[in-house]
Design a protein around this ligand. Sequence first.
Ligand code: HEC
Length: 112
Amino acid sequence: MKHWLRPPRLAAPALFVFAVTSVGAMAQDSGVAHGKALVELNCATCHAIGTTDQSTHSEAPPFRDLSKRYPLDALEEAFAEGIVTGHPDMPEFTASPEQIADILAYIGTLNP
Ligand code: HEC
């Protein structure tokens, strides 16, 4: 019966791919709007989330710079794991795959 056992960690990425494709196919624009709403609520107290604003927390990078520093894939992984590493001042933020996809969609629009 050993061949029935699959490593449990494979389940999450498979789910994530499904979420991204269904969100991407059905609601590209509302995904971006939802992502914007999420970062306005959870991140804007420290990070600049627009194209020209300043971060209110002096050490928090503006979101428009994130995709210059990291490939969006790396961000996606960091978000999925919970952004805690190297992020001492930041409250722990656990996002669902849909929320992560929407936030990344929004960050993607900051650097056309
Ligand atoms: C209480 C303030 C605060 C809030 C709220 C906050 N952050 Fe941050 N964030 C920071 C600070 C400060 C840094 C820089 C930390 C460092 O460089 O060690 C940072 C860095 C980051 C980084 C870069 C990490 C790196 O390794 O360079 C990402 C990505 C990030 N934040 C995402 C988010 C997201 C997404 C949200 C909303 C869900 C958010 N942050 C909310 C303070 C905050």
